[in-house]
Write a protein that binds this ligand. Sequence first.
Ligand code: SF4
Ligand code: SF4
Length: 135
Amino acid sequence: MAKKRLVLNFPPQLIDQPVTYRLITQYQLEVNILRASITPREWGRLVVEVTGSKENLDSGLKFASNLGVEIKPLAQDVQWYQERCIECTACTAICPTGALQLSREEMRVSFDHDKCIVCGLCLPICPYGAVEIMF
Ligand code: SF4
Ligand code: SF4
C-alpha cells in the first residue's frame, strides 16, 4: 500500500464535480480529508491523505491532474516567527483561510496554526522570512 499527503487545488469549474468520489469509487483509494477551504475567487483546496495500491494511487492522481486539479505534496508544517514580522500585511491578503490575519482593532498580524492548510502562498510574499515551511 502507498500513502501520500497532498494539497489538491480545484479550479472553479471543478468545485462541484465529484472528483474525490471518483478517486474513492473508481480507483479504490482511501481519501482522508485533513483540511478544506474555498478561496474568495472560488478555488477549492483540500489537504488530504490518500491511501491505496501504488498503481491505483498513480492512476487516480493522473486522472485528477488531467481534469485540471493541481496536486502538490503536503509540506509538514508552517512556522510563523512573530519576531521577524514587521506587520506589513502582505500575507494577510493572500492567505486563503485567514490563518494569517490582521486584527484591525489592534493593527496586529497573527497566525492561527489550526486554520493553515500549508498551501505555501504566503512564503514568497513575505519579504522578511517570517513564514517558513518545515519538512
Ligand atoms: S501556508 Fe500561509 S497562505 Fe497558506 S494557509 Fe498557511 S498561513 Fe495561509
Ligand atoms: S508578509 Fe511577513 S512581515 Fe508581512 S505581515 Fe506577513 S508575516 Fe509579517
